[in-house]
Design a protein around this ligand. Structure first.
Ligand SMILES: [Zn+2]
Length: 168
């Protein structure tokens, strides 16, 4: 068994960084301390992640990689994930919805007073955040969840916000 396949198995056949299920063909071994920086090739120094993410991390220092992962605030989505087919809403694990809600809230917080005022604009904004890969049902579920959490108030087409304070 190759290291890639073995580590992938140990990771539950999911990308170490974004937790999406990945096939061995979409995965690659990422050396946390790059081999060009003297990093070892043993399991202690290796993770398996989406090829695109591996390319993006390249031979950054371990500090820079750590920073890149942290900057996604627990909602890292690898670039150009080839398996990101939109799933029917009902088949999504609840954690994925929670992750999306987190991303939307952070994005809306960043917009300050430039937040969408209309429901259709809000949905477009959310869809753009997820690279236009969401279905209408996904968008409705997200908006409904945000409303249920009290983060947004939708009245007819108008949207107002009551977002939680930004993380310090
Ligand atoms: Zn990934």
């Amino acid at each position: 068994m190759k290291q890639l396949e073995r580590l992938l198995f140990l990771q539950g056949n999911r990308c170490f960084l974004c937790h999406h299920p990945i096939a061995p063909g979409e995965a690659s071994v990422e050396h946390l301390v790059a081999t060009s920086n003297g990093g070892a090739k043993d399991d202690e120094n290796c993770i398996v992640c989406c090829k695109a993410a591996n390319a993006a991390l390249g031979s950054l220092s371990i500090k820079a990689k750590f920073q890149a992962v942290l900057s996604h605030r627990g909602a890292l989505s690898c670039p150009h994930v080839p398996h990101a087919e939109p799933q029917p809403t009902s088949a999504q694990p609840p954690s994925e919805l929670a992750e999306r809600i987190k991303q939307v809230v952070v994005d809306l917080q960043k917009r300050g007073s430039a937040r969408p005022r209309r429901l259709s604009t809000l949905k477009n904004t959310i869809n753009a955040l997820f690279k236009m890969q969401l279905l209408e049902a996904d968008l409705n579920l997200l908006v409904d969840s945000l409303a249920a959490m009290g983060h947004v108030v939708v009245s007819d087409e108008k949207v107002t916000y009551a977002l939680p304070p930004r993380d310090a």
